[in-house]
Design a protein around this ligand. Structure first.
Ligand code: COA
Length: 367
C-alpha cells in the first residue's frame, strides 16, 4: 500500500473548533436566526442551492466539495427562518491550501452564496456577512472566491473589496472549422479555410528524444515535489499536494480530468492536467521545469482535446504565472474575461491586490 503524502500548507484549525467558536453577531431581524452549519444541514443546503441556481447537481457532486475535501468540511453560515425552521440563505467556505512564498496561510474559498428568491434583496446576505465577520477565526484568515455579477454587485453595495481587474484569460482554437461557421462563414468555405488556419497556428514540431509521455492515474510524492517546486511563487499561490490533486481531479463524480506525465526513463519530469467538458477543454495544471517540456505537454493536451471533440482549450491565471510564454508560443491568444477573482482579508492588505496572486483554474471550485 502506498503511504499517504502529507498535505502541503496544512491547516492548523479543525472543524470542531470552528463550530465551537460561535460568532456573537445575532440577527436584528426577528424573523431570522443566524447559525453555523453542521454536516446534518448539508442535504438541505444542497437542495436549496440547487433550487436557487436552477441546477440539478447530485448529492455526490456536493459531497465531493462539502465533505471530501482533504483540507476539511465546508463551513456554512446560514440564515434560518424562525417560523418554518428552514434554511433560507447560505454561504459556504471551503478550506483551501495557500502559501505566501514559503509561508503557509489559513485560507478559505467561498462559494454557493444563495438566498431564497422570495427573500432576496432583504439584506440576508448582509446578515451573513456580519455573522461571518464576527467569527473569531476569520480575523487571521484570507478568503477568496470567483464571484458572479450578482455577488460582485452585493460586494460593492456592502463596501467589500471588489476586484476591478479580470483574470488574464487565454484560448487555443482546436477546431477552426466550427469556429468559422459560428462566426458566419458558410460551411464549404470554412472547410477550406480551417486547414490553413490550423497550419498557421500549428506549434513547431518538438523533438521528444528519449522522453515519453504517459497518462497519470494517481498522484504521488513525485508529483507533489514537482508541483511545489515549479508552481511556487514569491507571493500568494495555492500549493497542490498529491492528496489534494487526487481529490480535485480523480475523485470528481461528474467532471472528467485527464493527466499526463513526461518521463525520462522512469523519472517524472513534468505533468499536465486537462478538463474535458463536451466541446470545450480547460488546462488545469502545467508543471514543467523548462519550456521544452511545457511544449511537449501542450502538444499532448491539444491532441487529447482534439480527440475528445473539444473546439478550444481555455486557461486563466495570475499574470505572474511562469508558463504564459509557453502558452503564447503554442498559439494561445489572450481574450477578455469575465472572471474576477476576489479576496478579502482583515490583516493582510497585500492579499487584496490581484497582481499578488497566482490563482489558476484548479484553484476554483467552479472548474
Ligand atoms: C447574490 C445573492 C446571494 C444576494 O443575496 P441577498 O440576500 O438577496 O442579498 P442582500 O439583500 O443582502 O443584497 C442584495 C444585493 O445583491 C445584489 N444582487 C442580488 N441579486 C442580484 C442580481 N440578480 N443581479 C445583480 N445584483 C444582484 C444587489 O447589489 C442587491 O442590492 P439591491 O437589492 O440594493 O439591488 C442572491 O441574490 C442570490 O441568491 N442570487 C442567486 C444566486 C447567485 O447568483 N449567487 C451568487 C453566487 S457567486
Amino acid at each position: 500500500m502506498t503511504a499517504i503524502v502529507p498535505l502541503p500548507a496544512p491547516h492548523k484549525k479543525n472543524w470542531r473548533d470552528w463550530q465551537h467558536a460561535q460568532p456573537p453577531f445575532q440577527s436584528p431581524d426577528p424573523r431570522f436566526v443566524l447559525r453555523l452549519s453542521s454536516p446534518e444541514d448539508f442535504p438541505e443546503i444542497y437542495a436549496l442551492v440547487n433550487s436557487i441556481f436552477k441546477i440539478n447537481k447530485s448529492v455526490a457532486e456536493y459531497d465531493w466539495i462539502y465533505k471530501n475535501n482533504p483540507y476539511g468540511s465546508a463551513l456554512c453560515h446560514l440564515v434560518v427562518e424562525k417560523a418554518s425552521g428552514n434554511i433560507v440563505s447560505t454561504g459556504a467556505r471551503f478550506p483551501w491550501p495557500l502559501a505566501r512564498a514559503n509561508q503557509d496561510m489559513e485560507t478559505i474559498q467561498w462559494g454557493d452564496s444563495a438566498t431564497l428568491p422570495e427573500l432576496q434583496g432583504q439584506g440576508l446576505l448582509s446578515l451573513r456577512i456580519k455573522h461571518t465577520d464576527s467569527h473569531p477565526w476569520y480575523d487571521q484568515a484570507i478568503t477568496f472566491g470567483l464571484p458572479n455579477q450578482a455577488s460582485r454587485n452585493a460586494d460593492k453595495k456592502y463596501n467589500r473589496p471588489v476586484s476591478s481587474q479580470p483574470a488574464a484569460f487565454a484560448r487555443k482554437i482546436v477546431d477552426w472549422r466550427s469556429l468559422l461557421v459560428r462566426k458566419g462563414m458558410p460551411d464549404y468555405l470554412a472547410k477550406l479555410a480551417a486547414p490553413v488556419a490550423t497550419f498557421v497556428n500549428r506549434p513547431s514540431r518538438r523533438k521528444q528524444g528519449d522522453l515519453r509521455v504517459a497518462p497519470i492515474y494517481n498522484f504521488y510524492q513525485e508529483h507533489q515535489t514537482l508541483s511545489l517546486d515549479y508552481s511556487r511563487s514569491e507571493n500568494f499561490w495555492c500549493p497542490h499536494g498529491a492528496q489534494w490533486m487526487n481529490w480535485r481531479y480523480f475523485s470528481h463524480p461528474s467532471k472528467k480530468y485527464l493527466a499526463h506525465g513526461v518521463y525520462d526513463g522512469d523519472e517524472l519530469q513534468a505533468f499536465s492536467v486537462i478538463r474535458l467538458d463536451r466541446d470545450s477543454a480547460m488546462l488545469m495544471e502545467l508543471i514543467a521545469p523548462n519550456n521544452h517540456l511545457s511544449q511537449i505537454l501542450l502538444d499532448q493536451v491539444e491532441y487529447v482535446a482534439a480527440e475528445s471533440g473539444a473546439k478550444s482549450i481555455d486557461f486563466y491565471g495570475g499574470k505572474n504565472w511562469r508558463q504564459w510564454p509557453a502558452l503564447k508560443q503554442q498559439g494561445y491568444f489572450m481574450r477578455p474575461s469575465n472572471l474576477y477573482p476576489n479576496v478579502t482579508s482583515n490583516h493582510c492588505p497585500e492579499a487584496l491586490l490581484p497582481e499578488n496572486w497566482q490563482l489558476l483554474p484548479g484553484d476554483s471550485d467552479v472548474f
